[in-house]
Design a protein around this ligand. Sequence first.
Ligand code: 3HC
Length: 296
Amino acid sequence: MKNITVIGAGTMGNGIAHVFAQNGFAVSLCDVSKEFLDKALSTISKNLDRQVSKGAITADVKESTLKNISLHTALSDAVKNTELVIEAATENIKLKKEIFIELDLLAPASAILATNTSSISITSIAAQTKRRDKVIGMHFFNPVPVMKLVEIIRGFSTSDEVTKTVMSLSQKLGKTPVEVNDYPGFVSNRVLMPMINEAIRTLHEGVAGVEEIDTVMKLGLAHPMGPLQLADFIGLDVCLNIMNVLQEGFGNPQYAPCPLLSNMVMAGNLGVKTGKGFYQYTAGSKDLVVAEYFRK
Ligand code: 3HC
């Protein structure tokens, strides 16, 4: 496999394009506007600079990685000769279904169609196409160039052959693929999101403050980030959305999102991307400062 298409140039899409291009694949990166694509390429370039300055890659690898990426605003161009499409558009079920209907019409009949969804049923996405056996989940983790896992999610009709191809492809990227079945939250978010939600409940009930909760989990359980900082990093809207998927999918009140999480999302305090969540963020600063409304 040589030609890959990535749909969506946001954080996950540009990370996925970066990793494939660095490993010698020709990547067509597609988004709705040139502005989003240019921004993505500049992010990839900065992340490659970081790898060069740490001695992880050479300047030549940086150059060849960037050369392997072509930018497209027309889906038909982006998928012309593709062998694998990875969709990493906004986490919206209607949008993803529309994209898969188009992909099924435009991409070569032999192409595998993967989605980086963190919560939407692979089986329901596959049902929009006439190639249900060739639709699969490839769930990458942020930051994509750093995180080793790819959660490979088999839809109800995904074939053994497609699963095998995607597993071995992930290994070629230097990642560790893990195969799981298609149930709400898969494995990663079924385990992670209730933990984050419980940390928010712990804060909401006044058991402890933001820093205290995160410190317990960082120093007591060796998590690289506490759950509240991680929620900011992922985006509180994404966390809320996944809790809703778990609650609907399992019909169990144990997955009800904490009202504090819902309130923060309604208020637009979504974490790093809006500059404020459990912590507040200033561009260029690495200091972790608790948001003023949570200070004692
Ligand atoms: N591109 C390339 N390299 C990067 C990078 C990027 N975007 N971001 C960080 N790095 C590299 C750094 O250069 C550094 O490399 P080194 O070890 O060779 O020096 C290394 O990663 C660590 O980075 P930093 O020193 O800047 O910072 P930290 O040591 O604090 O690590 C972190 C940052 C890797 C983000 C760490 O805090 C971490 O692992 N956090 C948890 C991340 C996590 O859980 N991600 C999953 C989120 S859930 C998800 O994505 C799924 C969705 O469905 C919700």
